[in-house]
Design a protein around this ligand. Sequence first.
Ligand SMILES: C[S@@+](CC[C@H](N)C(=O)[O-])C[C@H]1O[C@@H](n2cnc3c(N)ncnc32)[C@H](O)[C@@H]1O
Length: 228
Amino acid sequence: MSRMRIIHTSAINTAYRTPWAREHLEDYYVKLAHKDGYRCRSAYKLLELQQRFHLLKPNISVIDLGASPGSWSQVAADIIFKTHRQLNNTLIAVDIQPIDHINNVTVLSGHDMTLDTTRDKIKSLLPSGVEVVMSDMAPSPTGIKDIDNHKIIELCRIAMSLAKDVLVDDGAFVCKVWQSSLSDKLQKELSDSFKSTQLVTTKATKKGSREKYIVSRGFKVLGRGKYL
Ligand SMILES: C[S@@+](CC[C@H](N)C(=O)[O-])C[C@H]1O[C@@H](n2cnc3c(N)ncnc32)[C@H](O)[C@@H]1O
């Protein structure tokens, strides 16, 4: 699919002056994202998960949590709206930060997932259940490992709770974690509600990062609980 690619060379020249920016702009996946028209390098993490697990399929419904700037939604939209759009086929992208328009995607910018009002709004937008809930949400790191681990797991738990309310039978849930004893515990809990859960590293994850994805497949709708 062709996308318009705009590179502001003057901005790049200025940005190149800091070591972080130099490293970022020389990053293989950043360059690839510019070339392929993705909003950020994270696209390749979802593409890799997709290649391994085939989570996204044409005409399904998906919720993308922590979607800004939008590369996961770009990847998902390319797949689920590949053929003509069905009436009940939807992709909802949610983030506290702004997300620019993506064709066919319902964008909830400036929406904090820790608030009940955001979760109620998402549910009100769903015509029926969804096949995939994916969370790439990450808090701003404080640099203090324990605090950061707690914060990201809190976001995962919010995403997991939403997933348990809205997933269809056999649906899938993906969430980003920083590997710790807390993420191990979360994975164990997820294994009660899904037929399989796996902890996965992607090649696009930066070297030295503790970032992993828990990929849970085969949601057991009977374990849904309060909505039964
Ligand atoms: C790694 S980025 C996501 C990148 C995105 N998957 C993409 O491909 O463009 C993590 C995102 O989580 C979002 N986030 C963190 N806490 C959040 C919250 N409480 N509610 C909604 N989004 C949140 C951040 O604003 C940030 O945009």
